[in-house]
Design a protein around this ligand. Structure first.
Ligand SMILES: C[S@@+](CC[C@H](N)C(=O)[O-])C[C@H]1O[C@@H](n2cnc3c(N)ncnc32)[C@H](O)[C@@H]1O
Length: 425
């Protein structure tokens, strides 16, 4: 058979949500790593084994990190099988592991995708049977090993997924409220709007606190998955020393957020608020969290220069009676709470969003699950200075001003003075 191998990949691949590719790139570059290329929902980067472990533990906006095994041309099913047999599967994991294979990308050229999946599976199973006398079994849920076969036209790359559970599963989120944001999305929003962790962070509709907790991790430079387990720890070629070096490197980046940085949240739903408090107490006991079981409309906060960021109801899963009113109140909250600060909001409710009443400084398209959303960023203006009184107003004695004001009240539509009192109650 004609040789169909291609130059082998010298990079790892970070998979992410659409719209967060630039954030993943920035996170990798901040560690001094080289970006090989990036595409739709993926960023390929170069590094050592240690950097692969570091990416799993430390990237805030990735969903999984893949390690390439082999890249080849596959114009038909035989070529796919033949090339997949060339991987030393038995050196990567043991036959008592369970495995799952996923096909991604464009398999149009090879025809039947299900058959392609069987050919990759056969190649792995045949390798194990021949060399070990036994084979791994298939598990579609919680497999020990997850293999991804990615095709672009007639080119296929086989990968092993090093993360296992998706990386948004941080470990602190064993419970959540209604309509929670995924952690990678919350961390991505904070980075897209350029919050650097040096100012107080406020979420007026905080639910179970994803934005606040991700904000805390970001401000303190804590790697979000530093204490989690990963699939790569079950691989045969797993290097514990490299893992320890990666962990130490991440720990050395940690820092204490400034003493004035607070994390403030409001939440009206009692069950969600209790969850929020439990997470804060159990997982972030040293954080300066200030959590309030009340309407943001009654907050009475004033913290100029703060960053407000929120995920208000969109009217899809949570349906407030007056959605536009919630957004109007939110706009007033922003202006009253954080003059000269910054605000951001993710929403799919485009009509309601205009009721915030501030000019949009920047916007990004993001997806909350399957729902297309916009992340809007605003600069909050300084409060308007009180109106300068006109010279003749200053000159008038106070009793004259009161008399003038009384004359200007229009009572024509309210013949009975008692009616007008009722109308104001
Ligand atoms: C879309 S959810 C936010 C989810 C949150 N981002 C998370 O990850 O858990 C909106 C939240 O706002 C709360 N809420 C609605 N109206 C509110 C109000 N007036 N003041 C405070 N919280 C409110 C709801 O109970 C709900 O938990």
């Amino acid at each position: 058979m004609k040789e169909t191998a291609l130059p082998q990949p010298d990079y790892y691949v970070a998979i992410c949500r659409a719209g967060l590719e630039p954030v993943v790139e920035a996170e990798l570059k901040a560690w001094g790593l080289e970006i090989a290329f990036s595409g739709n929902r993926m960023v390929a980067f170069r590094g050592e084994e240690e950097d692969f472990y570091k990416a799993n533990m430390g990237l805030r906006t990735a969903l999984s990190i893949l390690k390439p095994l082999r890249r080849f041309k596959a114009r038909n099913m035989d070529m796919l099988y033949f090339q997949s047999r060339k991987v030393n599967w038995h050196q990567l994991f043991t036959p008592n592991c369970t495995m799952k294979i996923d096909l991604k990308g464009d398999w149009g050229n090879l025809g039947n995708q299900r058959f392609a999946l069987y050919r990759v599976k056969d190649a792995i199973v045949d390798t194990f049977n021949k060399l070990c006398g036994e084979r791994p079994s298939i598990a579609t849920r919680d497999p020990d090993v997850h293999i991804v076969a990615f095709a672009t036209k007639d080119e296929v790359t086989l990968y092993m997924d090093g993360s296992g559970e998706p990386l948004f599963k941080r470990g602190y989120r064993y419970e959540h409220g209604e309509a929670p944001l995924k952690e990678d999305l919350a961390a991505g929003m904070l980075q897209l709007v350029g919050w650097d962790g040096s100012t107080t962070l406020i979420d007026p509709l905080c639910g179970a606190g994803t934005l606040l907790f991700e904000g805390y991790l970001l401000a303190n430079r804590i790697a979000p998955n530093i204490d989690r387990d990963f699939a790569f720890q079950r691989w045969e070629n797993y290097s514990l020393p490299a893992y320890r070096r990666a962990k130490e490197a991440l720990r050395s980046l940690e820092r204490q957020a400034g003493p004035k940085v607070q994390f403030i949240g409001y939440e009206t739903d009692t069950k969600t608020f209790n969850t929020l408090q439990r997470i804060a107490q159990r997982h972030f006991p040293q954080g300066a969290f200030s959590l309030h079981p009340k309407n943001f409309q009654d907050a009475g906060l004033r913290l100029p220069g703060s960053q407000i960021i929120t995920n208000p109801p969109y009217g899809v899963r949570l349906r407030p009676d007056d959605l536009n009113g919630v957004y109007r109140d939110l706009g007033q909250f922003l202006k009253a709470t954080a003059p000269e600060g910054r605000a951001a909001m993710i929403t799919a409710a485009m009509e309601a969003a205009v009721y915030v009443g501030l000019p949009v400084k920047q916007k990004w398209k993001l997806f909350n699950g399957a729902l297309e959303c916009k992340l809007f960023a605003y600069d909050i203006p300084a409060p308007k200075p009180p109106r300068e009184p006109k010279p003749d107003e200053e000159a008038k004695p106070i009793d004259e001003q009161i008399a003038e004001a009384a004359d200007s009240i229009d009572t024509s539509s309210s013949p009975n003075p008692d009616d007008s009192k009722d109308a104001q109650a």
